[in-house]
Write a protein that binds this ligand. Structure first.
Ligand SMILES: Nc1ncnc2c1ncn2[C@@H]1O[C@H](COP(=O)(O)OP(=O)(O)O)[C@@H](O)[C@H]1O
Ligand SMILES: [Mg+2]
Length: 359
């Protein structure tokens, strides 16, 4: 059984003062699916969301909700007629209304049905005893949950969320994210969640749409987008990266770790071999003899610890490599914190490298 497509956006564009802020953005989201629009600040995420919500007018494109055109192919529907739920960074509860009053705000119908729905949602967000309290009596996390309940109460077909967790402090955030995700899934809305934090997108999304300078540059499940980035910037958006610069010759590029296959790059093309810090493997020096690498490990290269930082779960170790000025950073389990000056050997997981034309 396939889920119905709830939101379809086709070639949406918007310019401000002659500057293209959203360019040709297309996406579709099914019922029960969470898509994260992920990108750096200023890349056009909020503008995209606001156009879908109906509070910003697109220059071009089409928007359909449950197959019904709400912009671009027929009359433009106002925000309140689109069947979307909204949740923004400052989730602005109504200060003069109780928690129950806030959640009931957008509900239509008889009061018994409203009361039932409000009770159901307060239970789902774990705020049963809070119905008669006012927003100022709640913590930030509790207010966030009220805002979520309020947005979900009218059973929106599409939930649009713009950085909804950024006002919460760090320690709270993961728990609130998980609880929010569980409730969104239970309610079955199609969700478009805007964030500039890759960790949040990885945690929440069924699919990530990676945005840069107004365009969607890559789209895919978190696993795929992390492990097969389209370019160097897409790789670098998700973690620190190491870059080994080389020149392709006969589909091979020489590095301190031996030759790398670089097919599809013409002879003489500078290439960047990209590796995430956790895919560098460390081994001991053994008086200069080094490790006995497996075939996958390739050729080991010797490096000297230039700096090591303990971050708790991991340590980040910078290595000055033996030949040239190359510095590589490895992420190793936090129990390991080598002293500067220590000679070690590094190996690269070749199946985890990305090769791109040099930036
Ligand atoms: N109403 C507006 N008028 C002029 N420029 C705007 C307006 N709204 C957004 N912008 C500009 O468009 C760009 C993208 O903004 P926005 O969509 O808010 O990005 P993001 O949410 O990804 O941080 C920014 O450079 C912003 O300054
Ligand atoms: Mg924004």
């Amino acid at each position: 059984m396939t889920s119905p497509t709830r939101l379809t956006v086709d070639a949406l564009s918007r310019a401000f003062g002659g500057r293209q802020v959203v360019a040709d953005v297309s996406l579709s989201i099914e019922a029960g699916e969470v898509m994260c629009l992920l990108g750096p600040s200023g890349c056009g995420k909020s503008t995209t969301l606001r156009m879908i919500a109906g509070v910003e007018r697109p220059d071009q494109g089409q928007i359909r909700i449950d197959g019904v055109p709400v912009f671009g192919a027929g009359p433009t529907l106002p925000p309140e007629a689109r069947g979307v739920g909204l949740m923004f960074q400052d989730f602005a509860l109504f200060p003069h209304l109780t928690v129950a009053g806030n959640v009931a705000f957008g509900l239509k119908g008889d009061s018994a049905a409203k009361t039932r729905r409000v009770g159901e949602l307060l239970e789902k967000v774990n705020l049963c005893g809070f119905a008669q309290k006012h927003p100022h009596e709640l913590s930030g996390g509790e207010q966030q949950r009220v805002a979520l309940a309020r947005a979900l109460a009218p059973r929106p077909r599409v939930m649009l969320m713009d950085e909804p967790f950024s006002g919460l402090d760090n320690r709270l955030r993961d728990g609130v994210r998980d609880a929010t995700l569980a409730l969104l899934k239970e309610e079955g809305a199609a969700v478009l969640l805007v964030t500039h934090e890759p960790d949040e997108a990885m945690r929440m999304a069924d699919e990530i749409a990676l945005m840069r300078a107004g365009e969607i540059v890559q789209r895919g499940a978190p696993y795929n987008i992390y492990n097969a980035p389209v370019d160097r910037a897409a790789a670098a958006f998700f973690s620190d990266i190491n870059v080994i610069r080389g020149v392709s010759k006969g589909a091979l590029t020489a590095t301190p770790f031996g030759d790398f296959l670089t097919p599809g790059h013409a002879d003489g093309t500078p290439v960047d071999i990209i590796i995430r810090p956790q895919h560098l493997k460390i081994d001991f020096d053994r008086a200069g003899r080094g490790p006995n690498p497996t075939v996958q490990d390739g050729t080991p290269a010797r490096g000297t610890v230039a700096r090591a930082r303990f971050l708790g779960r991991e340590s980040l170790v910078d290595f000055a490599m033996a030949d040239g000025g190359l510095v590589l950073t490895a992420s190793v389990p936090g129990v390991f914190l080598p002293k500067p000056g220590t000679a070690l050997w590094l190996m690269i997981r070749r199946d985890r490298c990305f090769v791109f034309p040099a930036a």
